[in-house]
Design a protein around this ligand. Sequence first.
Ligand code: KG4
Ligand code: ZN
Length: 399
Amino acid sequence: MKILSIETSCDETAISILDFRENAGKIETKILSNVLRSQIEIHKEFGGVFPNLAKREHAKNLPIIFLENLKKSGLYEEQKNILDEETKDKLRKALEHEKGLDEEIIKIFESIKKPGIENIVVTSGPGLEPALWVGINFAKALNIIWGIKVIPANHMEGHILSVFLDSSNTETQAIDLNKINFPALALLISGGHTELVTISEKLEYKKIGKTLDDAIGEAFDKVARLLGLPYPGGPEISRLAKISRDDPSPRSESRASIKLPRPMINSGDYNFSFSGIKTAVLYLIKKIENLDEQTKKDIAKEFEEAVTEVIVSKTKKALEEFNIKTLIIGGGVSANSFIKKSFEELIAEKNKEVELFFPDSHMSGDNSVMIGLVGILKIIKNTETVPITEIKADSNLSL
Ligand code: KG4
Ligand code: ZN
């Protein structure tokens, strides 16, 4: 069965076409096409993501990458396909908030044949509301023209499932659900979220902890900004931290005085807080008269170690309390090599029986392959479908 998946929750516009079949508990999936347009260069100028700018870019990118997907997957076929006035009116109404996208879509669809795609999966939340709506309305437009069913997907579930597919692999990939040991635990670390979620055998999710203020990725981005580093801050902080960590020279007094708090590490629950650490960095910078390159690297290192200690400590506690057999780490921040190494050490030293999953490097950030997988599981589990009129953007959608 072929499905098309759409992701527009933040600053990446992504569409993929996946072909899957279920075979004795195994989900055999082939990525037929996968196109992602990042808006990072556009948002860099503002030091963060601007929702209405993101929306405009998604609207511009969607028709283009949709066509690219059809061509790459071999599903593109030209056909004169004049839309009747009633369909055009419906399209214009569905896309009334996405200026210009209606005419663009009408133009494209008048020359292509309906592809053999049975379902469209689209991120409905969480994320930036205007950005989510463009993706949803684009999916609704495809439904109006071709009658293809639309399935809403939770972006965070996508980050959990991202560990099971590799978007750079064009061969058939088999996901063997029977091989996953339950209960599982997911630590979701991204620009908008920091969550610990338990997963039962029936793939039911239960959030046991979340951030009370900033997300961990947001903290990386804000601290980077304080240090004068470009957006997104995560990779930059990580790069500087590594230089400081690998530097064998003895620590000077000022280097040793760079200390940051480990917020909520002993709170006894599974919640997080990362806004205080950003403020602590601000005070530290104010105190230091000369914020030279070496000091920036040392602050980056201390920051990375502080947040890592917190997430490792909370995760360790949850592994033990819930007798976890599988640990999944997902979200953009999971690309961080120090964080990855720290979890590998935790499992190797303390929780050997736990199987650890990290996403492939192409799958850690936002992408549409993971959204496709959310849809595939819903189709396989026969999850009740939502009427298309009820599919709405929900910026706070929870697992
Ligand atoms: O999952 P994601 O792509 O988008 C959201 O859904 O939020 O995560 C983006 C976040 C950004 O805050 C970015 O700075 C962070 O992931 N990030 C990293 C690294 N690569 C990306 N944080 C730390 N270390 C990295 N290597
Ligand atoms: Zn994300």
